[in-house]
Write a protein that binds this ligand. Sequence first.
Ligand code: ARG
Length: 565
Amino acid sequence: MLMGMAGKELVVGLLKKEGVDGKLVESVLEVPPDSSLGDFGFPCFVLSKEWKKSPQEIASELAGKLKVGKGVREVKAVGPYVNFFLEVDLVSESVLKDVWKKKERYGAGGKKKGKVMVEYSQPNTHKEFHVGHLRNVALGSSLIKIMRFDGKEVIAANYINDTGAHVAKCLWYLMKKGTKPVGNKGEWLGKVYVEATQELEKDDSFKGEVSDVLQRLEAHEKEMDALWKETRQWSLDAFNDVYGWLGVEFDVWFYDHEMIEGAKKFVEKLEKKGIAKESEGAIIVDLENEGLHTLVVGKSDGTIPYISKDFALASIKFEKFMIEENVYVVGSEQELHFRQLFKILELFGFKNAKRCFHLSYDLVMLPEGKMSSRLGNVVLFSDLKNELMDSLKGEVEKRHDWPAKRVDSVAKDIAVGALMFGMLCQDHQKSIVFDLKEWLNFEGETGPYVQYAHARLRSVLRKAKKKVGAGVDFSLLSEGVELELVKLLELFPSKVDEAASSRRPSLIARYCLDVAQKANDFYHRVPVLKAEKKLMEARLLLVWATAQVLCNGLSLLGIVALDEM
Ligand code: ARG
């Protein structure tokens, strides 16, 4: 699958001579996970029925008979596998030629069937947008890029929570105080929300005032509606600033306030189907037998719970967008919510309900502990952006005499690189510590480190002042570190495939780090520009291919591969 055709054909040819069906070999031939096991592995289970022997016996029998020869330097039985080791130059040739041919498409998968929707970010208007929310943005946007590169059709969706109790609290306090916004209006509003929740704790009678605001909001009272529209827009503008700066995009935007009618209808249908029932004025679904508790889907005061809006949203996704796979990137605190939701969608009878998936990620912590609006220790997005830009612009200016515009743009690419990589290099099921100093370290396991490794390779290519080409003597690439680098590059397509199907962008981040480390290792150990001409040509091709693969990998994480930094 991975290796260029030449190597695979050789193996198929050898096995054919021993009477094994060529088509069968092609369809089952594997690339061992560890290169010390060889370049290809043939699993002998597929023959054991026909040959009436155990796979182990077949493996050793075949390995004994197969003749090594042109291109194949060793054949070995390992358990039920026959493993093949190719001549190293054959490996380098097929991998590097493959990168050369495909360039920015190297690693991409073939077109795959089935439309997927990935819903991510989903912020609440009238609330703060902080670094915790960035983890979601990084995961969702990267997953979409990976799945698309792997050949899937993916719709990127956002779902804005713009109604409900949190909006009422914020507007209640805003009216009560009569204050006017300063600076970034969306962030200012988020701060008002935090103050509102603190104020609410002081006096119980405030609760009544807030629920009054909520009712007036839901009744679309004119004055209230106007205030809602105006303030909601402040938040949306602030979100769009974040998305624009990070370079992430959405194909569709859903809003909570659009789901109210659909939610009511859906709940009625649930009742008709006998899935939901009335209980003490409310409408409930009993999922006790599934171990998912009993939940309210229609409140006695007529307001719509969060989950019921999700019924309406899922119906739109399945019926209007005709999606087959439905991914929600949402924090792990909502695991129960999504299990309940998916169960009800299944009971309702949506054909693809089983293909709903909650990509559940863990918290972003600060070095000093948990982030909390109440404690006032959240890192707001605009503060973060300003701090990053200030320090990085200084760094870039120290090294280059560039016009301000270029300094700005490179500083921004490094800032985004640091954030995205920091958010993605850890598996999403584990918590991460947001430590800006560490994330910016050019020598750590960071975005800037990988970007720098790429820039260094590009600088070698610039200095060579020579056209790179694929017509080189591949047998000259014989140093251990060169072969290891080639082997890593060879893995990229299968990494993409694995990251897409297991929905784990962290695999790509770790992979980029491995390539960057190996590239640096190579750079320090092996001369390129000072090597003899033929050798230099071969090494330049390797340098070029490594830069290309890093660039492809980084772009899947939403990170710009800079030429100079
Ligand atoms: N806005 C919600 C929150 O902050 C997340 C929405 C997740 N998506 C969904 N379809 N329920 O908690």
